[in-house]
Design a protein around this ligand. Structure first.
Ligand code: PMP
Length: 404
């Protein structure tokens, strides 16, 4: 069966519109993905017919909402190959990493300890660790890059020592698309005795993730980069670690008992979920996962690869264009610079032609500083993009050159 991108695309109503008088070419999927009808319908249905607070058990709708909300947790648990107690709802990857940095980082780090991250991390996987180090006297260590912007594995081997208490790494770089060999790196870090954290924000929409196979302690992702709603994300945590961690926030839902003298905590996962959760968001994420799983995932992956290959070929042949990040293993992201042009100007001129890309530092300022560039133009592809749209990007870039 051949993959029918037109049929898939038709399920994403937002794509069918004109921007600046041209058909929209949406190539900003690294920032957020669009949502299929299946997800939009579930969200609307929830608010129209189910909306109620969860875990109160007081009435029919509350029971319905609770069932769907906890069912969503089971869906995420299956998606990552985890158990439901290990799946925490968060606002997104950023909050997920902050929870770990605060509840385990600040609790366990001491002067002399080290947190090891990489040069290409998103700010969300830098700043929480930097703050944890500042608060505890621990030191932040950074894995450098090779020429092709992949992580320098020899340097990693040397930086990983018995002082490394936490190893936090992105599964794939949002700025360049580089895919990191996290399974091998996590195995080494665990052997060195470190707690391991993977930022999966740029991974889950591209290939299957299995936290058991990765043998990682924490895995974070955001629903909105996986065809789901904004404002909801996931933190997977290894049960023993979650049990040992203090709560992140306190208040309703996360308690077992409260008196004016003392409070005790609810069981996992609720211990980490203070207040009314994003019920519709969780249900919407589950709808996105269900929808995604109904697709031919291998065909989707092959399609994305073909988009990246097609784009890379054209980029290599394009006069004055420099690809930033040329590692062999990449998700479908093309980051580049046009000679003599500021990325922001290129982005604006592309937008005038209906082509949506992201420009700038992509929340990776230390990476851009290391590369000595102000930022890049980033085209990030998703399953509903077409080879035609890749051509539209390069036609538009030709026009950009004439404007500059
Ligand atoms: N890490 C990476 C690699 C990302 O790409 C992003 C989003 N750009 C984040 C973390 C933060 O995700 P969110 O803004 O959804 O919390």
């Amino acid at each position: 069966m051949t993959f029918d991108v037109a049929a898939l695309r038709a399920q994403f109503p937002i794509l069918n519109q004109q921007v600046n008088g041209k058909p929209l070419v949406y190539l900003d999927n690294g920032a957020t993905t669009q949502k299929p009808e299946a997800v939009l319908n579930v969200l609307e249905h929830y608010y129209r017919t189910v909306n109620s607070n969860v875990h109160r058990g007081a009435h029919h709708l509350s029971d319905l909402a609770t069932g769907q909300f906890e069912g969503a947790r089971e869906t995420v648990a299956r998606f990552l190959n985890a158990s439901r107690e290990e799946i925490l709802w968060t606002k997104g990857t950023t909050e997920s990493i902050n929870i770990i940095a605060q509840c385990i980082g600040r609790e366990r780090l001491q002067p002399g300890d080290e947190v090891l991250i990489s040069t290409s991390e998103h700010h969300a996987n830098i700043v929480p660790w930097q703050q944890a180090c500042l608060a505890t006297g621990a030191t932040l260590k950074v894995i450098p890059l090779r020429e092709d912007c992949s992580l320098d594995q020899d340097a990693f081997d040397q930086l990983l020592t018995e002082r490394t208490k936490i190893f936090a790494i992105g599964h794939a770089s949002n700025a360049l698309g580089t895919l990191n060999p996290v399974q091998e790196m996590v195995a080494k870090a665990r052997e060195a005795g470190a707690i391991t954290v993977v930022d999966g924000a740029q991974a889950v929409a591209h290939f299957p993730v299995d936290v058991q196979a990765l043998d990682v302690d924490f895995y974070a992702f955001s629903a909105h980069k996986l065809f789901g709603p904004t404002g909801i994300g996931v933190l997977y945590g290894r049960r023993e670690l979650l049990e040992a961690m203090p709560p992140y926030q306190t208040g309703g839902e996360m308690i077992e008992t409260v008196s004016f003298e003392k409070s005790t905590w609810n069981q996992l996962p609720y211990k980490f979920e203070a207040g009314t959760p994003n019920i519709a968001g969780a249900i919407g994420l589950a709808a996105a996962i269900d929808w995604f799983n109904q697709q031919d995932r291998e065909a989707l992956q092959a399609h994305e690869d073909s988009l990246l290959v097609h784009a890379t070929k054209q980029a290599e042949a394009f006069d004055g264009l420099k690809i930033i990040g040329t590692a062999a293993n990449k998700v479908s992201v093309l980051s580049f610079l046009l000679e003599g042009a500021h990325p922001a100007d290129v982005g604006m001129l592309l937008d005038k032609q209906g082509v949506a890309v992201r420009t700038g530092h992509h929340c990776t300022m230390p990476l851009m500083d290391t590369l000595g560039i102000p930022g890049t133009v980033r085209a990030s592809f998703s399953i509903y993009n077409t080879l035609d749209e890749v051509d539209r990007l390069f036609e538009a870039l030709e026009k950009v050159k004439t404007f500059l």
